[in-house]
Design a protein around this ligand. Structure first.
Ligand SMILES: Cc1ncc(C[n+]2csc(CCOP(=O)(O)OP(=O)(O)O)c2C)c(N)n1
Length: 400
C-alpha cells in the first residue's frame, strides 16, 4: 500500500510475509538456530568481522566500562549514596555488539539494562553518573529513577521507560516517521524476555511488520523476568520464533558472543535501512547479578545455573578471541579495567559534588508558561519547604 507524504509516495506495506532476507554475509539464519561467531575458546567460526584492532579494542574497553560502572554503582547503592541500580553483569556483549552495528544518526529505544549502548557511542560515565545521583546536571534533572538515562548526543538514546515494553511502539512510531520523511536512519529497541508478554511488544511488532518500519527489535533473553523464568514466560519454542506471527524475520543469537551480536544486528540494521523492514533478534544470554539492587536472585536462581553461565562470561570469551589476534594479555586486561574504575571514580566525584535540582525546577522545562493553578500549587509546596525544610536524600524509601 502506498501513501503520500510530503509530496512523495511511500511504500508502507510489507510485500510478502516471508520475503527473502538478503544476507550481508554467511548463511541465512532461522529462528531456531543459535548464531555463534566466536567459539567459547575464542576461535573465529564464522566470517571475519572485518573490524580494525582499534574497533575491536573499543568494543572490549566498552564492555569493561559497563562492568566497572556496574561494580561501582552496586557499592554506591549498598553504601547508601545512590538509591538504586540495575546490574548488567553477563549481558555486556548483547549491548556492545548490537550498538556497534548502529550509526550515530540512528536511534536507540533502550531498556534499563542497556547503558553499554550509550557508552559505546561516546556518552561519558560522568554524564551517566549525573543521572545515578539525580543531580542538577542529569539530563532529566532528577525527575527519573537512577539508570533511566536519556541522551540526545552523540547518539539518540531515548529515555528509558519503567513500564515494560512501552519503548517498543515508541521505536516503531519513530522508525515509521523516519521512513515517511525519507531519512536513512534506523531505530533499535531493546527489551527483556518478560517484555514480550506486554501489549507493546505485540502491537509494536504488528505495526512494524505492516508498515515495514526501519526498526530492529532486540529481545534480550537473559533467563528471568525478575523471578519468573523463561519457561513460565512463554510456551513458544523460542522468542525469535514469535516474529513469524508478524511476518518478519526472527533470529536467535548467542548473546554472550559479541561478534555474533554484531553480525545479527548489522544484518537487521542494513535490512531496515534498505527498506525491507524490521527484524526480531533474540539474544540468548544470562544476567549474572540480581534484577536490580532491590532483588535477591539467590532466592530463585539455582546456583548451578549461575556457575554454568559464569563459564560463558562474554568478557572472557572476547578476551580469548583478542588474545588469538595478539591484542590481549592478562596485564592489558587488568590495566584497562583499573583505568575504567579510575575513570568512573572521577565521574562519581564530579556527580556527587553537583548540587541537587532546586525544588523550584519542578515546573521548569515542562511549560513555556506555567498555568495559574500549577503556580498556586507550586507556591504552596515551596512555602511549605521554606517553613519545614526540603526533603533530604534518603528521606523517602525507594519503592522497588
Ligand atoms: C508493565 C509493567 N509490568 C510490570 C513491571 C514490573 N517489572 C519491572 S522489571 C520486570 C521484569 C522484566 O523482565 P524482562 O522484560 O525480561 O527484562 P529484564 O529485567 O530481565 O532485563 C517487571 C515484571 C513493570 N515495570 N512494567
Amino acid at each position: 500500500m502506498a501513501r503520500r507524504y510530503d509530496g512523495r509516495t511511500v511504500d508502507c506495506r510489507s510485500e510478502a510475509p516471508f520475503g527473502p532476507l538478503e544476507e550481508l554475509y554467511g548463511p541465512p539464519m532461522t529462528a531456531q538456530e543459535l548464531l555463534t561467531v566466536t567459539a567459547p575458546d575464542g576461535t573465529l567460526q564464522g566470517a571475519d568481522p572485518k573490524l580494525s584492532s582499534d574497533e575491536l579494542l573499543h568494543c572490549y574497553r566498552t564492555m569493561l566500562m559497563v562492568r566497572a560502572f556496574d561494580d561501582v554503582c552496586l557499592k554506591l547503592q549498598r553504601s547508601g549514596r545512590i538509591g538504586f541500580s540495575i546490574p548488567n553483569k553477563g549481558v555486556e556483549a548483547c549491548q556492545v555488539g548490537a550498538a556497534s552495528a548502529l550509526r550515530a544518526s540512528d536511534w536507540i529505544f533502550p531498556s534499563y539494562r542497556d547503558f553499554g549502548m550509550a557508552l559505546y557511542h561516546g556518552v561519558t560515565p560522568t554524564e551517566m553518573m549525573h543521572n545515578m545521583f539525580g543531580n542538577d546536571l542529569d539530563t532529566a534533572r532528577g525527575r527519573q529513577m537512577p539508570v533511566h538515562f536519556s541522551f540526545d548526543a552523540p547518539i539518540h538514546f531515548v529515555s528509558i521507560s519503567s513500564p515494560l515494553g512501552t519503548q517498543i511502539p515508541q521505536a516503531v512510531g519513530a522508525a515509521y516517521a523516519m521512513k515517511l520523511r525519507g531519512e536513512p536512519h534506523v531505530a533499535l529497541t531493546s527489551f527483556g524476555d518478560g517484555s514480550t508478554s506486554t501489549l507493546g511488544f505485540h502491537s509494536g511488532l504488528n505495526f512494524a511488520g505492516v508498515w515495514k518500519a526501519p526498526v530492529v527489535f532486540l529481545c534480550q533473553n537473559n533467563g528471568y523476568a525478575i523471578s519468573c523464568p523463561t519457561s513460565e514466560q512463554t510456551a513458544s519454542e523460542s522468542f525469535a520464533i514469535k516474529a513469524k506471527a508478524y511476518g518478519i524475520p526472527g533470529v536467535r543469537v548467542d548473546g554472550n558472543d559479541l561478534l555474533a551480536m554484531r553480525k545479527a544486528t548489522l544484518e537487521a540494521v542494513e535490512r531496515a535501512r534498505r527498506g525491507d523492514g524490521p527484524t526480531l533478534i533474540e539474544a540468548v544470554t544470562f544476567r549474572m547479578g540480581g534484577h536490580s539492587t532491590s532483588d535477591d536472585p539467590t532466592r530463585y536462581v539455582p546456583k548451578e545455573l549461575v556457575e554454568a553461565w559464569a563459564k560463558k562470561d562474554p568478557l572472557a570469551r572476547f578476551e580469548r578471541f583478542l588474545e588469538k589476534r595478539k591484542l590481549w594479555t592478562k596485564e592489558l586486561g587488568e590495566r584497562l579495567y583499573a583505568e575504567a574504575l579510575e575513570h568512573i571514580g572521577q565521574a562519581v566525584k564530579v556527580a556527587e559534588a553537583t548540587p541537587a535540582p532546586k525544588l523550584e525546577s519542578i515546573f521548569s522545562d515542562v511549560y513555556a508558561d506555567v498555568p495559574a493553578h500549577l503556580r498556586r500549587q507550586g507556591q504552596a509546596a515551596f512555602d511549605l519547604a521554606a517553613r519545614k525544610g526540603d526533603a533530604g536524600a534518603g528521606d523517602g524509601k525507594f519503592p522497588l
